[in-house]
Design a protein around this ligand. Structure first.
Ligand code: GDP
Ligand code: MG
Length: 162
């Protein structure tokens, strides 16, 4: 059975950008159901010789839901379905209370978590990753979804944990 990787994180941190990078193409909207908007959620991907399925939980939306309800639902889906969780944060903004909220939800599961600090587009911002140790999730990995930097490091870690 293929391993499942779920991407989790608050809005705008770059989940979809990283998802598209990992999948290697842009995935368009696949389904639209009343109350639930399904926007480019599942795809098959591979790294080295390892094949896996990846879910962008940010594409699963509840209408009229508060931030808390929304992210809670997304984290629950990740915790239930994934073998490895890819937690994405924004390295340009530092830790927000939403990041801490997500970290606490994910920590309650026993699932392995890979922490990607996104938007580290150049070396100048690389030291920003150290703040993220205080999330208590493990070693942060610097990535730039839009430039494709660090994605290989994230995938190495993911397949190691799958
Ligand atoms: P999501 O809401 O978490 O799925 O985030 P998106 O993937 O939609 O990205 C949100 C915004 O951040 C978009 O404007 C992206 O172009 C931008 N973005 C994503 N990754 C990066 C990155 O590595 N560097 C920079 N500078 N911007 C990024
Ligand atoms: Mg998205």
């Amino acid at each position: 059975k293929k391993g499942i990787v779920a991407i989790v994180g608050r809005a705008n941190v770059g989940k979809s950008t990283i998802f598209n990078r990992i999948v290697g193409k842009r995935i368009s909207i696949v389904e639209d159901t009343p109350g639930v908007t399904r926007d480019r959620i599942y795809a098959d991907a591979s790294w080295l010789t390892r094949e896996f399925r990846i879910i962008d939980t940010g594409g699963i939306e509840l209408e009229n839901a508060s931030f808390t309800e929304q992210i809670k639902m997304q984290a629950e889906i990740a915790i239930e379905e994934a073998d490895v969780i890819l937690f994405v944060v924004n390295g340009r903004e530092g830790i927000t209370k939403e990041d801490n909220f997500v970290a606490r939800l994910l920590q309650k599961s026993r699932k392995p978590i890979v922490l990607a600090v996104n938007k580290i587009d150049d070396q100048i911002h690389k030291d920003n990753i150290y703040d993220f140790y205080s999330l208590g999730i493990g070693d942060p990995i610097a990535v730039s979804g839009s430039h494709g930097i660090g994605i290989g490091d994230v995938l190495d870690e993911i397949i190691h944990l799958l």
